[in-house]
Design a protein around this ligand. Structure first.
Ligand code: SF4
Length: 334
């Protein structure tokens, strides 16, 4: 009988699986759902290299979902600082508490979907990897591999059906999901796929056509709007005035410099800027103009600059501190 995609892929995975701190070796008993969930949330739009040390710190500090659920929001947000996309951190907290309240993770994709912040992909990944359900796990990498295997034109057209068709029995579904992720990340890359090393090239229509990079067809990217904002820099006796952002909205609940609105036009105060930090959010890019304030703005606290790393500033505001440091002058030694 002819080998299936799963047979060939899993044969390759047994010897080449990436070693990752949240992952059990191929064929091992089921994995800890807490680790699978935590890693998948962290990996959404953040690279494996960035996530790996952060994941290890997280599980060392909070080894179980119950421990995480019991932690204060501020500690978790501080530990999350720098990973970006803070809505994920807030969903993480809500989900940990929901799981702890019900006495552990549910075991099926359908029940997992009902948890806060768990989309189709994450729920399927946990169901397959931690609980051995024959769930169909499709992220961007897997979608690309499937589009090429079947020469499907677009990301929306038939990917899930085809992915379901090649997903093996429940026993192998978890390893298969991880093997597909590895294939997409290391061999079937967006540009210059390494088809010569691919364990499933014999099944691949795009490879047979000789045009793997044409699948899936690229969508024209909508232009991202560009915004401007002011951040107030207030420094006294070697300490910087910080505030906590409102719990909802962009960078919600995070330590920050006081800011005004983000606007399309450059605000008047920007003329007094001592530094400008450019930052890309998912839906817009921002120039944040740092302006010295005579007095502290808003409710906040004085954070000693020599202990600024302990404030848990997200990347945007950490970059502001670095920008003022490199601009020289203002940042006085404590
Ligand atoms: Fe991707 Fe090439 Fe393998 Fe096809 S043969 S799945 S295009 S790496």
């Amino acid at each position: 009988m002819r080998a299936t995609v799963a047979d060939d892929l899993l044969g390759h995975y047994r010897t080449t699986a990436r070693r990752l701190p949240w992952r059990a070796p191929p064929g091992a008993p089921r994995q800890d759902p807490y680790k699978v969930w935590l890693s998948e949330v962290m990996l959404q739009q953040t690279t494996v290299a960035t996530v790996t040390p952060r994941f290890e710190r997280f599980v060392e500090r909070w080894p179980t979902v119950e421990a995480l659920a019991a932690a204060p929001d501020e500690d978790i947000l501080q530990e999350w600082a720098g990973l970006g996309y803070y809505a994920r951190a807030r969903n993480l907290i809500a989900c940990a508490r929901a799981v702890a309240a019900r006495g552990g993770f549910p075991r099926t994709e359908a029940e997992l979907r009902a948890l806060p912040g768990l989309g189709l992909y994450t729920a399927a990944a946990i169901a397959a990897i931690a609980f051995g359900e024959r769930a169909v796990v499709v992220d961007t990498n897997v979608a690309r591999v499937v589009a090429r295997l079947f020469a499907l034109p677009g990301p929306a057209e038939g990917i899930r059906e085809k992915a379901a068709a090649i997903t093996p029995d429940a026993e192998r579904a978890g390893d298969f999901a991880q093997a597909m992720m590895d294939l997409g990340a290391t061999i079937c890359r967006p540009r210059a796929p390494r088809c010569g090393e691919c364990p499933v090239s014999a099944h691949c229509v795009a490879f047979a056509l000789g045009t793997p990079e044409e699948f899936p067809a690229r969508k024209a990217k909508a232009a991202r709007p560009h915004r401007h904002g002011i951040a107030w820099w207030s420094e006294r006796d070697g300490a910087l005035w910080l505030v906590r952002r409102p719990p909802t909205g962009l960078l919600g609940g995070m330590a920050a410099l006081p800011t005004g609105e983000w606007t399309d036009a450059v605000p008047d105060e920007a003329r007094r800027a001592i530094a400008v930090v450019r930052h890309g959010f998912t839906h817009f890019s921002l120039d944040l103009h740092l302006v010295e304030a005579d007095a502290p703005v808003g409710d906040g606290w004085w954070q000693p600059l020599e202990r600024i790393d302990e404030a848990g500033l997200p990347t945007l505001f950490a970059a502001c501190v670095a920008a003022v440091r490199s601009a020289g002058g203002l940042l006085r030694a404590a």
